[in-house]
Every structure is written in structure tokens, then in C-alpha cells.
Design a binder for this molecule. Structure first.
Ligand code: PLP
Length: 363
């Protein structure tokens, strides 16, 4: 129950145990078509280009940036956490002139400021994280997408955390390229990036630009596949759609609400602007005087539950607790609350035992 990878679904792991497929096996073509069709539903898009790249999610982000940017292009990045910084560094490595709009960690970007900067800078590409795992903040994209269309900029969205856990509406928000991962809310293992690309981006840039300085991560030629990861992705997306997108988003929302009610009943303080928070990760402040890492280690050793530390300015100040995929359920939330309560009580924090789980039941 950290910041991901979350537990993969047994059905997904089982799907990976099939024999590998060779590049010219007709079954591979069927698998890729199935996967693209499933991606269209999950990304909520009509895009023809729905790809799967084997590699970490950042391989998908790097492929998108490498394929969209010509050296010297102006790229505007909205940064409100660690993964916005990652977009800046990947874009500059691929030759972009990066400009940025920043928000303090724990708050979203000021949309009006972002829109004004898009109109002023007229960038080739705008890159933004939809939900940043380092801060637990969700960034609405619809007005930003509309501003990009106005100035004919492409919009790249990192939906690695949000996909499968809350709404991602690629076409509705005017997102040109979205990159997702299996390992957060889709119930799969890490190692595959889902990428969808609009016709505007394919026509205008990906298939026209001079060769990117990468062959493996060229979106126009994404042809090499680890088939067991494709099988995992198909199963994970099938399970997601079998459950229903809105039902799955609701489940994530309910789980985080339960977790937050329980943490507050334990006397802990939540971090960040809660009205802008995502439903799949919760940041909680480490009480004064407690050993941040010691608590996590004890929770793992004694209760078999993993939560995560934080990055950058939040390091040592907050824990990050995930309710993602299969863990976005009340039994997981209750187990976490009971375990954390026991660990904190053992370290002398004055806690009314049972209050957190009781509060969840009442709520
Ligand atoms: C929002 C976001 N983007 C990108 C990534 C990068 O994923 P990976 O570590 O698989 O490259 C992560 C991973 O935590 C993430 O949370």
C-alpha cells in the first residue's frame, strides 16, 4: 500500500505464464489489436494509435517526448511535484527549450496562470502530470487542453497514476499523447507503458519528424514486444473494464475516503490541499519526534504492509499510503489502519485503540 507498484492481480500474473510469442506469430497481431481496443476504452479515446511499450512507465514518457520534440522546440511543463521535474529533465535531454510553470508541492497548478503562459509562450508541446504520486495532487486538464488547441500546441499527459483509479478522458480533454502504467491502479506489474497518440500528433509530428535519437523508443516504430507483458496488460485492462470504469473510480474514491477518516480518527494530519487530492494515494504527516523510516520498517516487518517515504521537500515529513488497484478495498484499509495504530502505539503515541477502524465503519 505504498506509491506503487501495488499488488498485481493473480489473474494478471497467471496470464503472464503463457508461452512467449514470436514476432511473426499471428496470435501476436491479435493480442496487439485486442490491447489497442481495450486501451481505447480505458483512455476514453478514438485514437487509432494505442500502443504498448515494454519498459518502465518513464520509457513511455521518454518515447513520447523523444518522438514529439525536435531539438530547439519550446516545451512548457507544469510542475507541481517530482514527476513534473522528470518531464522537464526528459524534455531537455531530448533537446527542448524547457519553460515551466510551478506550483508549491501539495497544491495543483494555477490553471489561469498555466493557460496564460500557454497563450504567451505558444510552445510546440505542453507536458503535464495528471496526478502526481509525490504530492497526491490531481491536476484538471480540460482548460489546459483547450488552451493548447487554441495555439496549436500538442498536449502530453502523464496518467501513470490516474489511469484506472479516476477519470481519464483523453479525447474530452484534448490530450494528444497520454502515457499510463499497469502498476498503480490497473492491477498489473511494472514493466509496460500504455501510450495513446492523437492523429494530430501522429500526422503533425511523430511520423514526420527527423529520426529521434533513440531507436527503441521511437513511437513511429514501436515494434519490439515482450509478449508476457502484453498478456499482462490485456488481462489487467479486461479486468478493469469487466468491473466498469466508473465503478472502479468509485471504489478508489471510497477506499481513500475510508483511509482518511481512519487516519484522522487516529489523530494524524493529512498533507496537502484535500479538495485537489487524488483518490489513490494519501499523504499523512509524520507526528513530531517519530522515526519516519522506523515506523515503515516496523509496519512491514510486523504487519506485512508497505507504505512509502516521500521525495524532495517532503522527505522525512510525510508517509505516502496507496489505495490502488486491488488494495482500494475496505479490508486492506482496515488492515493498514490496525497495523499502523499498533506500530504508533508501540512507539508511545497516545492513540485510542480501535478508534480508526470504528470511524471507518461508522463512515
Ligand atoms: C505519476 C508518475 N509518472 C511516472 C512514473 C514513472 O514510472 P516508472 O517508475 O515505471 O518509470 C511514476 C512512478 O511512480 C509516477 O507515479
Amino acid at each position: 500500500m505504498g506509491s506503487g507498484p501495488s499488488n498485481a492481480e493473480p489473474r494478471v500474473l497467471q496470464a503472464m505464464s503463457a508461452a512467449p510469442l514470436a514476432a511473426d506469430d499471428p496470435a501476436l497481431g491479435v493480442l496487439l489489436e485486442d490491447l489497442a481496443a481495450l486501451e481505447r476504452h480505458v483512455f476514453q479515446t478514438q485514437n487509432q494509435a494505442c500502443l504498448a511499450l515494454t519498459g518502465a512507465s518513464r520509457a513511455g514518457l521518454e518515447a513520447a517526448l523523444a518522438s514529439l520534440i525536435e531539438p530547439g522546440d519550446r516545451v512548457l511543463v507544469g510542475v507541481y511535484g517530482h514527476f513534473g521535474e522528470l518531464l522537464c529533465s526528459l524534455a531537455s535531454r531530448h533537446g527542448a527549450r524547457v519553460e515551466r510553470v510551478d506550483a508549491e508541492w501539495g497544491t495543483p497548478l494555477d490553471v489561469a496562470a498555466m493557460v496564460a503562459q500557454i497563450r504567451k509562450a505558444m510552445p510546440r508541446l505542453v507536458a503535464i502530470v495528471h496526478a502526481d504520486t509525490s504530492t497526491g495532487i490531481l491536476q484538471p486538464l480540460d482548460s489546459i487542453g483547450a488552451a493548447c488547441q487554441e495555439v496549436d500546441a500538442l498536449l502530453l499527459a502523464d496518467v501513470v497514476l490516474s489511469i484506472g483509479g479516476c477519470e481519464v478522458d483523453v479525447d474530452g480533454w484534448g490530450v494528444d499523447v497520454a502515457v499510463g502504467g499497469l502498476q498503480k491502479c490497473l492491477g498489473g506489474p511494472p514493466g509496460l507503458a500504455l501510450v495513446t497518440c492523437s492523429a494530430r500528433a501522429m500526422r503533425g509530428r511523430v511520423s514526420r519528424r527527423s529520426q529521434p535519437h533513440t531507436a527503441y523508443l521511437d513511437l513511429a516504430r514501436a515494434e519490439v514486444h515482450s509478449t508476457h507483458m502484453l498478456l499482462a496488460a490485456r488481462e489487467a485492462l479486461r479486468m478493469t473494464l469487466d468491473e466498469g470504469l466508473t465503478q472502479r473510480w468509485d471504489r478508489h474514491h471510497r477506499a481513500s475516503r475510508a483511509l482518511r477518516v481512519g487516519l484522522e480518527a487516529m489523530g494524524l494530519r493529512l498533507f496537502g490541499e484535500l479538495s485537489s487530492s487524488v483518490p489513490m494515494i494519501t499523504l499523512v504527516e509524520v507526528p513530531e519526534g517519530l522515526d519516519e523510516a522506523g515506523v515503515r520498517q516496523q509496519l512491514l516487518a510486523e504487519h506485512d504492509i508497505e507504505i512509502m517515504a516521500a521525495f524532495g521537500p517532503l522527505r522525512g515529513r510525510v508517509w505516502r499510503i496507496g489505495t490502488m488497484g486491488t488494495n482500494a478495498r475496505l479490508p486492506s484499509v482496515r488492515a493498514l489502519l490496525s497495523g499502523l495504530e499498533a506500530v504508533l502505539a508501540s512507539r508511545g503515541l497516545p492513540i485510542t485503540r480501535g478508534a480508526a477502524v470504528d470511524a471507518v465503519t461508522r463512515a
